[in-house]
Design a protein around this ligand. Sequence first.
Ligand code: FAD
Length: 409
Amino acid sequence: MEIVVIGGGYAGLRVVQSLAARNLQVTLIEPRPEHVLRPRLVAAAAQRMALRDVSLPFGRLLPANVRHLRASAIRFDPDTIEVETDQEAIRADRLVLAMGAESNPTIPGVERHGLPLYSLEDLEQVLGSWSRLEEDFKRDRCESESLRWVIVGGGMTGVALAAELVHLARRWRKRYGSLAETIQIHLVQRSERLLPGWSVEVSDWVTRWLIRHRVIVQLNTQVRRARPDLLVLSGPDGATELATQTFFWAGGTRPVRLEEEPEGLRTPEGFMQVDSFCRLIEHPRTYAVGDIIQPFNPRTQQSFAPNTQLAVRAAEAVALNLVAESQGRAPIPFTPSDERVAFSLGAFDGIALVDGQELVGTPGWTAAQAADLLYVNSVQASLLIGRFAPELATLPQALLEAGREDEQS
Ligand SMILES: Cc1cc2nc3c(=O)[nH]c(=O)nc-3n(C[C@H](O)[C@H](O)[C@H](O)COP(=O)(O)OP(=O)(O)OC[C@H]3O[C@@H](n4cnc5c(N)ncnc54)[C@H](O)[C@@H]3O)c2cc1C
């Protein structure tokens, strides 16, 4: 059975590695030469991590039996499994869609004047603006608008970025003295609390953490328009203006859509509609995983917020079912859960949900670091194990299968 995977992010890479370990024929369509570790973008944007540590070259991750087609997918047929790219067309037996999400600048002026943080190119843009600011510090000639940093969006990315900028501001105050003393960090959130997907306790803890670290948290406040040096806001005090030359857009993402797609595959919000096996409804030869689907969480009665653990777990389930299909066995449904989610809040704190237990502060940070390191080690180990001990390559898969069979019985 030949399988094509579109997108080599957290979900796509895991599908590819799992299938390759089972000697299934896989083609990965991914234009980038490197796998981007998105959670690390935030620390790198605050100069706490080097740019080179935010990605891993696919050459170190993909076994020899995987074909990496460096191309962008343009269209696909979910039934005949024909995929057209900007390089060549491909035909296979099964398709896995794993294109992830992208920044969604919905407010006038945001696309032009805001800094998103989703790709390596976004990160380079942020680092470029910091270098210019540091030059100004050295020449002692900063304008106040460039010392006010505004983050729009109080979800996980916005909060994590605000926390990292706290550290950056602290370092610059030490390094550049009085001018940097006037750095202000604003976090603007349209709803009445930060982190709507988390419990009120965690959200309150995070809000207090930010305020204690001098972040100005503006709740119930919406950005109406972005101008070159100004944001127009509407909030509890009516319409106001916030002068800034540096504002980050963390106000929302949207699932990636290819240039041409058949009608009727997506929800009104743009997510792929899938069944309990992550297969497109009425198109069972095509699967979708990662941020382009939005599983529902029966515990909170809301959709899951996108996260790496969910993307990887769905990818593992899909890989197992593709193996099952290739061996003529019945697939097993995927049960999404938020057993493990973790985010860092700067260099020492974090929040996490581990097996239903919420962790804040140092334990939350430890969970986030552990999740990051385990992930990076596991994707690198996959290739090494395949090279040095091929008999072990299918072991994690076999353990997973056994675990899932236990779950079922
Ligand atoms: C700044 C930031 C910080 C985050 N921090 C955390 C965190 O701390 N913890 C956490 O759990 N989650 C975090 N997340 C969320 C997490 O990164 C995502 O949930 C995860 O990356 C989703 O995996 P994915 O495979 O669906 O998409 P991605 O990892 O985004 O991968 C999608 C891939 O598809 C490729 N692609 C797109 N279009 C095409 C096309 N047309 N053809 C071929 N390939 C294509 C892209 O190049 C990309 O490689 C963060 C996200 C961001 C943006």
